[in-house]
Design a protein around this ligand. Sequence first.
Ligand code: ZN
Length: 100
Amino acid sequence: MSINLKKTKAMCHICGRNDSAKKYGLSKSGKQRYYCLSCGKSFQATYIYKGKELNIVAHVEKLWEKGHTVEQISTAFQVPLAKVKAVVAQLEKDNVQYRR
Ligand SMILES: [Zn+2]
C-alpha cells in the first residue's frame, strides 16, 4: 500500500491551467516563481493567502469572472475552499451576472 502525498500545484496565472506549472526558483524578493509548460510563461505566486480579506475578494472575483471553478481559485491562491465558496456566494448575491 502506498500513500500518495498530493502536492498542491499552482494554477497558471496566465492561461489558467492547473496542471502545467512547475516550480521555477525564487524571485529577488524571495517569492516562489513558477514556469508554465503549457503557455511557456513564468509567473510569481504572489497571491498567497495571508488573511488579506479585501485582496482575496478582488482576486477571486477576477478569476470567477473568467470562468474558473472555485476549486481552481482555491488552488491558485491557496485559500481554503470554504473561503472561496463564501466569497463567490457573496458575489452571486451582489452581482446577477456572476450567477451560473
Ligand atoms: Zn500557462
